[in-house]
Every structure is written in C-alpha cells, then in structure tokens.
Design a protein around this ligand. Structure first.
Ligand code: SAH
Length: 254
C-alpha cells in the first residue's frame, strides 16, 4: 500500500493527524527533501527506510515503491503542502495503476493557505474578489498560452503565484500588460509557517525591487490583489437581515 501524504507548508505541527499517523506506520518514507521539513521524520517508526526524492528521478522513486510492495511494506510518499498542487503525483499514480498497486492520497495544508495566515488576509472579500487564481509564471516548465499571467490578470481576481519568485520582474510586467494597475497591492511570503518565514507587502509596481531587496529567490509565493489592503463590504452570511439555512434574518427598520 502506498500513501501520498501532504506534509503541509513547513511547520511540523501543520501536517494533518492522518498524515502524522500514516508517517508513523510507514515502513518506507520517500520525502520531497527540497521543501518538506525534515523535522517531520521524527514521526517515523524505528527501522523505517527513508529516501529523499530531491536526489531521485521518477524511475528511482518508482523502483523504491515497487521493491517495498514486493516485500509487503507500507510506503509514504511525502509531498510538500497539498499534493494536488504542483505535486507531480499524477505520473506516479498512473504507474501504480499500471502495476495494480493500491494507493490513497491524504490532503495537506497548502502553502497558499499558510501564506494567507501569515499575512492575516482573506482571499475572498465581498465586492473585492470572489475568486482565487492559482497559477505560476512560465519558467522552464511551459504554461498553456491561454493561462498567461497577462490574460489571467484581466479578471482582477486574487492571484496566488507559485514557483515564480525568481521571475518577479516578468510577473509584474505581465500583470500590468493585463490591465492591473501598478498601485495594486502585492505580497510575497517566503517559507510560510517556517521559523525563518519572511513576508513583504508592496505593490505590483514595486514587486521586483521588493523581492530583490529581501533576497528572496525561491520557496515563496507572490500574492496579488486588492484583498491584501482594500475596501470591502461586510459578509451576507453574518448580516442580521440575511436568512440562512440555520438562522432567520431580522427585518431592518431602515
Ligand atoms: N504542493 C505545494 C506546492 C509545491 S510547488 C503546496 O501545496 O504548497 C513548490 C512551490 O510552492 C515553491 O516554489 C513555492 O512557490 C511554494 N511553496 C511551498 N512551500 C512554501 C512555503 N512554506 N511558503 C511559501 N511558498 C511555498
């Protein structure tokens, strides 16, 4: 049995209870060492074999899993954040399917959630944005043409850009090309939830210099949108005059 487990964004206590249990039951752990906090390995049982996939190819990862399966062992494949976001798990699951190997996926707290917590912001504010676009700038991995940042920018929705901190200049250019004003608030969160977390609030116009000044190159998210600082309307859900499934709204006199 193979369990893909979301390790959470970094802090050791931000893995789920289920993820922690699966780690403690694993005979083999293959963790994404470039981003997963090695402190999580303290949950492993004695005798557990540990592999760091930062030094491995897909083929090598699969070989370790197939070998463990042959011996009836439990494997945890530990991915940073939530495995469904830039986790490269599909290619592994497809090979497991071909080999008739059973697996499950345990969700994790994605770094984009930890970044909102670090900034103490809400991504979805009434009358500001009700949409969060998760994307990335094109680097060595191509991005489909229709998902170019300049096109996504036209929605004025909250944007969270993964894997793009080293491309801040081109991100800002594309945002502006797509109609986002230079004064739109932006933020960069480096290693959200880690002890050496850093966060910067700036604008789209000052994004590049802010990232450079802070010396941030990777393990960071760029967040763009008026939800960072801006005027919003209060929620309907908690409005006294609004009826919900659980609460009858009161008539307002004026
Ligand atoms: N599955 C992960 C993302 C993996 S892609 C998740 O759900 O968070 C790797 C990218 O995620 C990094 O380049 C960076 O953009 C982002 N990232 C991962 N952990 C982070 C953290 N603690 N703080 C900020 N960004 C992080």
């Amino acid at each position: 049995m193979v369990n893909f487990v979301g390790a959470g964004p970094g802090a050791e206590d931000l893995i789920t209870l289920r993820g922690q249990r699966l780690l403690s039951e694993a005979d083999v752990i293959i963790y994404a060492g470039s981003l997963v906090n090695e402190g999580l390995l303290k949950y492993k049982k004695s005798g557990c074999a540990v592999y760091n996939s930062a030094y491995m190819t897909l083929e090598e990862v699969i070989d370790v899993i197939l070998d463990a399966e042959k011996n009836g062992l439990n494997t945890v494949r530990l991915h940073t954040g939530d495995p469904s976001i830039y986790g490269a798990i599909k290619e592994q699951m497809d090979i497991l399917d071909k080999n008739g190997i059973e697996y499950s996926v345990c969700p994790g707290v994605s770094s984009f959630c930890a970044a909102a917590s670090a900034l103490k912001i809400e991504y979805t504010l009434p009358a500001v944005s009700q949409t969060v676009i998760i994307s990335r700038a094109e680097g060595r991995t191509p991005v489909p043409e229709k998902e170019d940042i300049s096109l996504l920018a036209s929605h004025n929705a909250t944007m969270v850009l993964f894997l793009s901190a080293g491309l801040a200049e081109s991100v800002a250019e594309k945002l502006i090309k797509g109609g986002v004003s230079e004064n739109t608030p932006a933020a960069v969160v480096y290693k959200a939830s880690w002890e050496d977390e850093k966060k910067i609030v700036c604008t789209v116009g000052t994004l590049k210099e802010s990232v450079e000044k802070a010396g941030i190159k990777n393990t960071a998210l760029i967040i763009v949108g008026n939800v960072i600082e801006g005027v919003y309307e209060r929620s309907k859900l908690y409005d006294p005059s609004f009826t919900t499934l659980f609460r009858k709204g009161k008539e307002q006199n004026d």
